[in-house]
Write a protein that binds this ligand. Structure first.
Ligand SMILES: Cc1cc2nc3c(=O)[nH]c(=O)nc-3n(C[C@H](O)[C@H](O)[C@H](O)COP(=O)(O)OP(=O)(O)OC[C@H]3O[C@@H](n4cnc5c(N)ncnc54)[C@H](O)[C@@H]3O)c2cc1C
Ligand SMILES: CC(C)CC(=O)C(=O)O
Length: 359
């Protein structure tokens, strides 16, 4: 531990916490520890498809910028390392519609390669669609393992521990980054974050393009070919905490992808497994500073990424670094005469729970 560097504790070891940790460590200015209740492969992140595609996350202008910054980061820092190392493949992304779409996705101006699909690219039964020529897809477990390895190689350390009181990590560090995903509901009492249950089916590899029929944002039909297998999806069931795969959902997903193209009919597929994850949904991704203990401690919130955690991860990590730099300069130094803050713990417990500021 280098005493000239500021200590930072990140709560959360999903794609958001790990990406933030890598960016902070790359500056050389911080000692960074991750504290997390669940580690890969037992995080929501590990249940993702995962495709670069902004989905179920707001605000769309910021999601557009974060998605483009993430795409740039993947192109410069991850794709060149090779698919064997990171499990990441560049992938054309197609979104198909059976009805005409007047409205382009609001994030599209931020993605130069975004365009409407040409007639000749359409599949039977579809009359409109969009494509992103330079998207990418990750074999999620392999990518998460690479993220953990990268974080540790930069000097980061990971403690598997649950944080019951948000004030606890501040005993050890003046700066804490809250990347707790859905856990923010309990950790800081943010009832605005809620689960959107997603179920996927892992199958033997299919044809080499990503296809999504998003006619209905709750009953999704998508096929995402990855390095070692393909993912079929999906569901979007709000406020549903069930982590067990549902037979009914599997059947309905198989029916939906069969409608995309006959090649995805059940008889042509070999099912390898099913996964369920609870997307940390929120009306708006929370990425902001909160000063604690009379301005002596800095809590940076980075949670609520819904269906886009991987798609915005590096853009949000770069903004987290900006927030840390901005916030650290404003921190009041604790002087000796101060009452040690943890002696307020009991007093504090009798007052209202941790408040949080809406965006
Ligand atoms: C089926 C499915 C498919 C998806 N597909 C895609 C996709 O194709 N592309 C895409 O971009 N996104 C996709 N997503 C969304 C993506 O998975 C999420 O947005 C992302 O995983 C959120 O990352 P996170 O790090 O915030 O959360 P998580 O991965 O849930 O990590 C949260 C971490 O915080 C820890 N934690 C929480 N509370 C506490 C506490 N009190 N104390 C200590 N630790 C705590 C947890 O243990 C965990 O380590 C998909 C999601 C699902 C479910
Ligand atoms: C292909 C994507 C729409 C999948 C996704 O982001 C999700 O299911 O959350």
């Amino acid at each position: 531990m280098n005493i000239h560097k500021k200590d930072i504790i990140i709560i959360g070891c999903g794609c958001i916490g790990l990406s933030a940790g890598v960016i902070l460590l790359k500056t050389g200015d911080y000692n960074v520890k991750i504290w997390a209740k669940d580690l890969p492969p037992n995080t929501t992140s590990n249940k993702a498809a995962a495709l670069w595609y902004p989905f179920l996350s707001e605000p769309l202008d910021k999601v557009g910028r974060w998605s483009q910054e993430t795409m740039d980061y993947f192109k410069k820092e991850i794709i060149p390392l090779g698919v064997e190392k990171t499990g990441t493949l560049t992938k054309k992304v197609y979104e198909l519609y059976r009805t005409p779409r007047a409205q382009l996705p609001e994030w599209s101006p931020f993605v130069p390669s975004f365009r409407r699909m040409k007639k000749e690219e359409m599949l039977d039964g579809y009359i409109d669609g969009f494509t992103v020529e330079d998207g990418f897809v990750m074999d999620t477990d392999q990518y998460m393992d690479w993220l953990v390895e990268s974080f540790k190689a930069l000097g980061g350390s990971i403690d598997q521990r649950e944080v019951v009181d948000i004030r606890e990590p501040f005993i050890y560090a003046d700066i804490v980054i809250n990347c707790s995903g859905l856990g923010a509901r309990e950790l800081i009492g943010d009832r605005l974050v809620y689960p959107s249950r997603g179920q996927i089916i892992v199958v033997d590899n299919t044809r080499d393009i990503s296809l999504m029929d998003e006619e209905d944002e709750y009953q999704l039909g998508y096929v995402i070919p990855r390095v070692h297998n393909s993912v079929l999806g999906g569901t979007n069931q709000q406020h549903n905490y069930n982590l067990e795969p549902s037979k009914k959902d599997t059947e309905e997903i198989l029916d939906r992808v069969a409608k995309i193209s006959p090649q995805f009919e059940r008889k042509n597929l070999k099912i390898l497994g099913e996964k369920v994850g609870l997307r940390p949904s929120r009306y708006s991704i929370r990425l902001e500073n909160e000063f604690m203990q009379d301005g002596r401690k800095l809590l940076v919130h980075n949670y609520g990424h819904g269906g886009s955690g991987f798609t915005v991860s590096w853009g949000c990590a770069l903004d987290t670094l900006k927030l840390v730099r901005k916030g650290a300069d404003k921190l009041k130094t604790s002087n000796k005469s101060d009452v040690p803050w943890y002696s307020l713990l009991n007093k504090r417990r009798s007052s209202s729970s941790c408040s949080f500021v809406n965006d």
